[in-house]
Write a protein that binds this ligand. Structure first.
Ligand SMILES: NC(=O)c1ccc[n+]([C@@H]2O[C@H](COP(=O)([O-])OP(=O)(O)OC[C@H]3O[C@@H](n4cnc5c(N)ncnc54)[C@H](OP(=O)(O)O)[C@@H]3O)[C@@H](O)[C@H]2O)c1
Length: 351
C-alpha cells in the first residue's frame, strides 16, 4: 500500500522519463491506486502523439481501476488532440478520486478538473506542486512566455575563462563533465551556438556516447546563429548526424545591432514545437541572450584550472556596474569528476 503523497513522488519520477521526447507536450506521470491504496497501474507520456500517462496507466489497470484513485502530475487534459481527453477516460474507467500536482496552464487543454468534478469525481489539486513544477519547468515556462525555456551552459576555468589566449578550449573540463553535458543535451529540443564557436572549434553538437561515438536515436536540432551565413560548407554541424538550421538574419529577422534577432529566433523555434533549448555558446552569443533577458537557467561547469588570459566565459551582457549584476538563484551544485557543476535560475519578472 502507498500513500497518495508517495504515489505523487513516484509519478513525478516517472514523468521525468519523458524529458527530451515529449515536446511540444509536457512530461506527465500517473499512478493508479485501488480502494486499498495498492498500485494497479502506472504510466508516463513518452513522446508527442503517443498515449498520455493516464491512458497508459488505465490500460495497465483494466477493471482494477474502477473505484480507485488517479495520482497525476498535471491536470488531466480536457480536449481531443492527437489523443482523446484524459478526464473523460478517467470518468469512463470509474475512477472515484483524482489527485493533481499542477493545473494545466494552456487554455486548450485546461478544464479537466472541472469536467471530473462535474461527473462527481473527487478532485484534489496542489499535491507536491512545487516538486512537480520543477520537473516540468521547461515546458511550464515555455508556455507561459510563448518561447522555449533557455538554459545557458558553459565550461570555464576557476578564473572564468572559456578559452585560452591562443583560442584553444578543448577540453577545459574532465571527461565525466563532458559526459554529463551529453545527458543534458538528450533532454532538450535544440542546441544553439554562435557562428564564432563553429569557426573556432568546429563542434558536432550531437548527443552521443563519448566512449565510442555512438549517436543517440533522438538528436536535438542544431542551430547556428549566423547573421550573414558564414558557416563553412564542411563544418561538422552540417553533417548528417542530426538536423541543422543555419539561422541567418535574412531567415529570422534583424535585431537592433544588425545581427540575428534573438527574440524572433526563439519565437520561430517555439512555432516549430520546441519547448527547451540549450544555449552552448560562445561568450558573445551568451552575452547577447543575457542582455536581452532571454535566458532562464544557467549551468556552469567550473574546472579547477587557471588560465590568467584568454576569452572570458561571457562578454557584452550589458552590465557596467555591480548594482546591475545579473542575479541568479543557485538551485544545485555538485562535483562531477574533477569539476563543479553549478545550476542557477535567473530572477525574472513573470510576463
Ligand atoms: N567554454 C565554453 O563553454 C565555450 C562554449 C562555446 C564556445 N567557446 C569558445 O568561445 C570562442 C568563440 O567565441 P565567440 O564569442 O566568437 O562565439 P559565439 O558567441 O558562438 O559566436 C558569436 C557570433 O554569433 C553571431 N551572432 C549572430 N547573431 C548574434 C547576436 N544577436 N548577438 C551576438 N552574436 C550574434 C555573430 O557573428 P555574425 O555577426 O557573423 O552572425 C557573433 O560574432 C571560441 O574560442 C570557443 O572555443 C567556449
Amino acid at each position: 500500500m502507498v500513500t497518495e503523497d508517495e504515489a505523487m513522488r513516484r509519478a513525478i519520477a516517472l514523468a521525468a522519463r519523458g524529458l527530451g521526447t515529449t515536446s511540444p507536450n509536457p512530461v506527465v506521470g500517473c499512478l493508479l491506486l485501488d480502494a486499498e491504496g495498492e498500485v494497479v497501474g502506472e504510466g508516463f507520456h513518452a513522446y508527442a502523439g503517443g498515449p498520455h500517462a493516464e491512458i497508459v496507466a488505465l490500460a495497465q489497470a483494466g477493471e482494477l481501476a474502477r473505484g480507485g484513485t488517479a495520482v497525476v502530475t498535471l491536470e488531466p487534459c480536457n480536449h481531443t488532440g492527437r489523443t482523446g481527453p484524459c478526464a473523460q477516460a478517467l470518468i469512463n474507467a470509474g475512477i472515484r478520486r483524482v489527485v493533481i500536482a499542477v493545473d494545466d496552464p494552456t487554455p486548450v487543454a485546461a478544464g479537466g478538473a472541472a469536467t471530473l468534478r462535474a461527473a462527481g469525481v473527487q478532485v484534489e489539486t496542489g499535491v507536491r506542486r512545487r516538486q512537480a513544477e520543477q520537473g516540468n519547468i521547461a515546458w511550464l515556462t515555455a508556455v507561459r512566455r510563448g518561447r522555449p525555456y533557455v538554459t545557458w551552459k558553459f565550461a570555464a576555468t576557476l578564473d572564468g575563462r572559456s578559452a585560452a589566449a591562443d583560442g584553444t578550449s578543448q577540453w577545459i573540463t574532465s571527461a565525466p563533465a563532458r559526459t554529463d553535458v551529453h545527458t543534458l543535451r538528450s533532454t532538450v529540443d535544440a542546441i544553439i551556438v554562435g557562428v564564432g564557436t563553429v569557426l573556432a572549434d568546429d563542434p558536432q553538437l550531437t548527443v552521443r556516447d563519448l566512449r565510442d561515438g555512438t549517436l543517440a536515436i533522438k538528436q536535438p536540432l542544431r542551430v547556428v546563429v549566423d547573421s550573414s551565413g558564414r558557416t563553412p560548407e564542411k563544418a561538422r554541424v552540417r553533417d548528417a548526424a542530426a538536423p541543422t538550421w543555419i539561422a541567418t538574419a535574412a531567415a529570422v529577422g534583424t535585431g537592433p545591432d544588425g545581427r540575428v534577432d534573438l527574440a524572433a529566433l526563439l519565437t520561430e523555434l517555439y512555432a516549430r514545437g520546441m519547448r527547451y533549448v540549450l544555449l552552448e555558446g560562445g561568450p558573445t552569443l551568451a552575452g547577447a541572450f543575457l542582455s536581452a533577458r532571454l535566458v532562464d537557467n544557467v549551468i556552469g561547469y567550473v574546472a579547477p584550472k587557471l588560465l590568467g588570459d584568454g576569452r572570458p566565459a561571457l562578454v557584452g551582457a550589458g552590465v557596467t556596474t555591480i548594482a546591475d549584476a545579473i542575479e541568479l538563484d543557485l538551485t544545485d551544485f555538485s562535483r562531477i569528476g574533477d569539476d563543479l557543476r553549478f545550476t542557477a535560475s535567473l530572477r525574472q519578472k513573470e510576463s
